[in-house]
Design a protein. Structure first.
Length: 273
């Protein structure tokens, strides 16, 4: 028979080790915030999963997708130029906050002299002050003089992700939706088209994209299928950034209003005023 006192001692030891791990993770997170001016975090690992999730995923699902250790907060850090604010990333941040416990922060790098007040408060106020390890995800935006948005995630071996479209794809993947090859290709195609042609292309290219969008939206409520995807988010934000929204054809105008009826888009609209 096992000595009851020995069992109690082992149980107590496990509780102590668990608490020590929580404290270590919290201290590690704080030390990274203090030691690195760009808040370049790198910790933990990702657990891959083949399960499918919908946009109605609950809070626990993020732990399944990213892995969960005692007190180990996953951190997303994005550098972006305040003169070219990545609106799609702000929309996605709002959507993430609706589903997960997000520790949000906005900072200004020394390479930038001044940032408009609305961009400094683009995440609003952190309403609940909780210990760091009680959040599921850290989301830090640093306004910095960079040519394009850059993102680092809390994985030591992961290279930085560059470009608004690529970062938007990663953030949207945190909702868990998985698509078949055809749907995934269509979504990626619209994201690239929005960034490289609608945003950076010639007047002729922009006109062609708007006509293609109008034709696609004549058949479905959203750019790909009957639910919101990252393609809609990026395309809507590009239209706002380029000032071509008012010149958009009828179906695109109707689609834009559908986007703006959603809270994450309306909050970004306030930043544009």
């Amino acid at each position: 028979e096992v000595d009851p006192s020995l069992e109690a001692l082992e149980s107590r030891q496990e509780e102590i080790l668990k608490r020590l791990y929580e404290l270590k993770s919290a201290v590690d997170g704080l030390s990274k915030m203090i030691q690195t001016p760009d808040a370049d975090f790198d910790v933990t690992n990702i657990i891959q999963t083949d399960e499918c999730y919908s946009l109605t995923t609950n809070e626990a699902d993020l732990d399944v997708m990213l892995g969960k250790d005692y007190g180990a907060l996953k951190d997303i850090v994005i550098n972006a130029n305040p003169f070219l604010p990545p609106l799609s990333l702000l929309v996605l941040h709002h959507l993430l906050c609706e589903r997960y416990k997000i520790l949000s922060a906005v900072h200004t790098h020394s390479s930038v002299k001044s940032v408009p007040e609305n961009l400094l408060k683009c995440f609003g106020e952190q309403t609940k002050k909780q210990p760091r390890h009680e959040y599921q995800l850290g989301f830090t935006l640093i306004w910095k003089d960079v040519p394009k948005p850059q993102m680092k995630f809390s994985v030591q071996t992961m290279c930085p992700i560059e470009g608004e479209g690529n970062i938007a794809r990663f953030l949207f993947s945190l909702f868990g939706p998985k698509y078949n090859a055809v749907t995934s290709t269509l979504i990626d195609s619209w994201v690239d088209t929005a960034i490289f042609q609608l945003k950076e292309g010639s007047i002729k290219e922009k006109g062609a994209v708007l006509r293609s969008m109008n034709a696609a939206l004549a058949k479905t409520s959203w750019l790909v299928g009957n639910e919101l995807t990252v393609a809609d988010i990026v395309a809507w934000c590009v239209l706002q950034q380029t000032g071509t929204a008012n010149a958009a054809p009828a179906n695109v105008q109707k689609w834009m209003k559908a986007c703006e009826n959603l809270a994450p888009f309306s909050s970004v609209m306030k930043l544009l005023k």
